[in-house]
Design a binder for this molecule. Structure first.
Ligand code: AP5
Ligand code: MG
Length: 216
C-alpha cells in the first residue's frame, strides 16, 4: 500500500509522471482535473457547474472536490493511489488525511519547472479526446494526428489558451504553493527538478521515492 500525491504548476508534468508511476506500482491514478473534464462533458447540473470553473481556470469548490476524491479513494480498496492535482490547498490536504481513513500519505512529489518552460509545454499540448493520453504537438504541426494508444482524435485542452494558463498559474501560486512548506514541515516532500526529458524526470522521481524500478 503506497499513497503519493503530485504537486506542481500547470504543465509541470504531474499527469505524465503520475500515470507512469501508477502503472509501474500498479496502483490507482486519481487525476481530479481528468475527472472534472469528464464531468463537464456529461453536461448535467454538476458538470455545468464544474465546467464554469475549468473555463475560468479557477479551483472547483472544495466541497465538490473533496467529495469526489473520497469516493475515488474508497473505490481504490487498500492498494494505495497516486493523486494527481489533489490536494491543491491546505484545506484539501487536511481533508485528505481524514479521507485516507487510517492509511498514510507516504510522499508528496513536488515537480519544479520554470514558468517559461510551462508556457511552452502548454501551448503545444494535445490530449486524446477518448483516453486522455497526453502528447506534445510537433513544431509547426497543422494536421491533427491520432492517439498512438487508442486511435482517438487529439485536441487542445479548452483551458490551455494563454489567458487561462496565466490565470491557472496565478491560482497555483496563491493557493497551492503553501503546500510545499506544509509537506516539507511534515517530512513528506520530495522536490524534483522537472526540466529535462520525461524519462530523466521519471528517474529522478523514482530515486526520490526510493524505488529501483525503471519506468520503461
Ligand atoms: P488539472 O487538469 O490538474 O490541470 P493543471 O494542474 O493545470 O495541470 P495540467 O494538467 O495542465 O499539467 P500537468 O502538470 O498534468 O502536465 P502534463 O503531464 O499534462 O486541473 C484542471 C482544472 O481542474 C483546474 O484549473 C481546476 O479548475 C480543476 N481542478 C483540478 N484539481 C482540482 C482540485 N484539487 N481542487 C479544485 N479544482 C481542481 O504535461 C504538460 C505537457 O508537457 C504535455 O504536453 C506533456 O506531454 C509535456 N511534458 C510533460 N513532461 C515533459 C518533459 N519532461 N519535457 C517536455 N515535455 C513534457
Ligand atoms: Mg494534468
Amino acid at each position: 500500500m503506497y499513497n503519493i500525491a503530485f504537486v506542481g504548476a500547470p504543465g509541470s508534468g504531474k499527469g505524465t509522471q503520475a500515470a507512469a508511476i501508477a502503472r509501474k506500482l500498479n496502483i490507482l491514478h486519481i487525476a481530479t482535473g481528468d475527472l472534472f473534464r469528464q464531468a463537464a462533458g456529461r453536461g448535467d447540473e454538476l458538470g455545468n457547474k464544474v465546467r464554469s470553473y475549468l473555463e475560468k481556470g479557477e479551483l472547483v469548490p472544495d466541497d465538490i472536490t473533496i467529495g469526489l476524491v473520497k469516493g475515488q479513494l474508497a473505490a481504490s480498496g487498500s492498494k494505495g493511489a497516486v493523486l494527481d492535482g489533489f490536494p491543491r490547498n491546505i484545506r484539501q490536504a487536511e481533508a485528505l488525511d481524514e479521507a485516507l481513513d487510517g492509511q498514510v500519505l507516504d510522499r508528496v512529489v513536488y515537480i519544479r519547472v520554470s514558468e517559461v518552460e510551462l508556457t511552452r509545454r502548454l501551448s503545444r499540448r494535445r490530449v486524446c479526446r477518448e483516453c486522455q493520453a497526453t502528447y506534445m504537438a510537433g513544431e509547426g504541426e497543422t494536421a491533427a494526428p491520432l492517439c498512438r494508444r487508442c486511435g482517438g482524435r487529439l485536441e487542445r485542452r479548452a483551458d490551455d489558451g494563454p489567458e487561462t494558463v496565466r490565470k491557472r498559474y496565478a491560482v497555483y501560486m496563491a493557493e497551492t504553493t503553501p503546500l510545499i512548506g506544509y509537506y516539507a514541515a511534515r517530512g513528506k516532500l520530495a522536490e524534483v527538478d522537472g526540466q529535462g526529458s520525461i524519462d530523466e524526470v521519471n528517474g529522478r522521481i523514482m530515486a526520490a521515492l526510493g524505488r529501483q524500478e525503471t519506468l520503461t
